[in-house]
Write a protein that binds this ligand. Structure first.
Ligand code: MSP
Length: 514
């Protein structure tokens, strides 16, 4: 079964920050989860390179816009690599393949008679690349997101007949699960109920964009260009993508993951454009919250960003991925706090999981140096076996509703229980009685088997740590799926365990490092 997931295509006005890393890490976790679920995943990410914002940034640096885009794009690719983002395709909106696709798409929209020339006047935010609704008495309006003055525009633009799709969009947004989380759905229902207005899809006096065929002074509005990146990325043959091949591609997207500020574009404008061009609409859109710092949205334009490279160097990839997914309620805003970051990572990954594995392997190697003397591991009756079934079920349903926090809690609860189990059973006491050796073997096996399951469940969150855990248990992780690895008793007691080394080092709190 196919599963296509996308991140937004990031503006290349500046290097990536923690907010953009957050969305991409979340998508990566979902992509990995679906792969482990046996789905054929297409994971798309990329960059949005056109428009006034980018043109001005390049101008400010006295750089050719393409050179500027190349430089920033490289930084995105570098960071995704460092964060072990398992994307399948990286879309660039300046690529010739994408440009060709935009032209093909536009011609379909023209065929549907959905484009006309009109006049657009209003207040524009270059940061958002969007016209804003402003109180008519306000002569000096400010963008609430970017805290910058809006610019007055009055120009001839091509318009897309969004209003024609009122009914279809109303029906679409009512579909259960189309917009998540539920709280954001009402906001869109409200917006649509006021009546959809046609929007302009071209700009004049803007060179840095894709030319509009037949209208030589116009370039496409950056959103009419960027959203199509999802389609160009989905087409198999990136060299010459043909819209007519869309039925062969991984389209429609199963889920667009985006921030709440661009939900309207994805849940309203985009589906209408797709319907107009005769393409299927995405199956779902998830609008997550903002990462804040000191309560303010972290953003390139606001200058309060946290450099993900610095955080990576400071805490490491597993720490960063774990903290963002485990501590912040996906869908809600979340404030980054270094103290919490350090505490959570040390407590969950080093203490609860790392120590559990370490001490259990140590005991196992000491008392059963050759192998754990067990014949039928799947038949061992242990409270951990039952608990694993419950926790796996919780984890699956949490992940299926993109609730990372709750999925992470299932893992930690399970690891806590395994620690308690060890403490209760106290094998270090039992082993002194030779007649109890069999019981000790069963207990040790049960805890190691729990560690194996924990290692598998951690994979979408922290793939590197997951591998280290499985390696210590001498398990080949490459061909793992949930189906072939979540049953009880699959750890071979004859596996020679690796010498225990801490799988997760503790982080020292040090504010000056980030
Ligand atoms: N280029 C458009 C998206 C086009 S998609 C076809 C864009 N780019 S952006 O770089 O400004 O933002 C990309 C994403 O990053 C958005 O989903 C936005 O919500 C998200 N974030 C920007 N700042 C963020 C935080 N501080 N926290 C979390 N996400 C943030 O919009």
């Amino acid at each position: 079964m196919k599963y296509t997931i996308t991140t937004p295509l990031y503006y290349v006005n500046d290097k990536p920050h923690l907010g953009s890393s957050y969305t991409t890490i979340a998508c990566d976790a979902l992509a990995r989860f679906q792969r482990l679920n046996g789905k054929s995943v297409l994971f798309l990410t990329g960059v949005d390179e056109h428009g006034q914002k980018i043109e001005r940034t390049a101008d400010g640096k006295k750089l050719d816009p393409q050179i500027h885009c190349d430089q920033i794009t490289e930084k995105y690719m570098y960071l995704w690599d460092k964060l072990n983002i398992s994307y399948d395709r990286f879309v660039r909106t300046t690529s010739p393949e994408h440009v060709s696709l935009v032209h093909q798409f536009y011609s379909k929209v023209l065929d549907s008679n959905d484009v006309y020339m009109g006049r657009q006047s209003g207040w524009y935010c270059v940061g958002c690349e969007e016209y804003k609704e402003v109180d008519s008495n306000d002569n000096n309006p400010i963008c609430s997101t970017h805290k910058k003055e809006l610019e007055w525009r009055d120009e001839e633009n091509l318009f897309f007949k969004l209003s024609k799709y009122q009914e279809q969009i109303e029906q679409l947004i009512q579909i259960d699960g189309f917009i998540s989380p539920k709280s954001r759905r009402n906001e869109i229902i409200n917006f649509v109920s006021k009546g959809l207005r046609d929007f302009s899809i071209s700009r004049v006096n803007l060179k840095w964009g894709i030319n509009v065929p037949g209208n030589k002074d116009h370039t496409f509005y950056v959103w009419f260009d960027a959203l199509l990146g999802y389609v160009s990325g989905s087409l198999f043959d990136q060299k010459s993508p043909e819209l007519t091949d869309i039925s062969l591609a991984n389209w429609p997207a199963s889920m667009h993951v985006i921030g709440k500020d661009i939900l309207r574009f994805h849940a309203v404008y985009w589906p209408a454009m797709l319907i107009s061009a005769g393409l299927s609409t995405p199956l779902s859109v998830f609008g997550h919250g903002f990462l804040t710092r000191e309560g303010q949205k972290m953003g390139k334009s606001l200058g309060n960003v946290l450099d993900p490279i610095k955080l990576l160097e400071y805490g490491g990839i597993d720490a960063m991925r774990w903290y963002l997914l485990r501590d912040i309620e996906f869908g809600e805003d979340g404030d980054f706090q270094l103290r919490r970051f350090v505490d959570i990572v040390n407590s969950d990954l080093s203490n609860t999981i790392g120590n559990l594995l370490n001490r259990t392997i140590t005991m196992s190697k000491k008392w059963f140096p050759d192998c754990i003397p067990i014949d039928n591991p799947s038949e061992i009756q242990s409270s951990l076996k039952e608990l694993s079934e419950v926790k796996i079920k919780d984890y699956m349903s949490s992940f299926n509703s993109s609730n990372f926090k709750s999925a992470a809690n299932s893992i930690i609860d399970f690891a806590n229980s395994a620690n308690l189990y060890l403490n209760d059973r106290a094998p270090w006491k039992l082993i002194k009685d030779i007649s109890k050796k069999e019981v000790v073997a069963q207990d040790i096996y049960s805890v190691l088997e729990s560690c194996r399951i924990i290692g598998v469940l951690l994979n979408p969150f922290v793939p590197d740590l997951s591998l280290r855990i499985l390696n210590q248990l001498n398990i080949e992780a490459i061909s793992i799926t949930f189906e072939n690895s979540l049953g009880w008793g699959l750890l071979n007691p004859k596996n020679e365990l690796e010498n225990p080394t801490p799988v997760m080092n503790k982080i020292e709190f040090n504010e000056s490092l980030i």
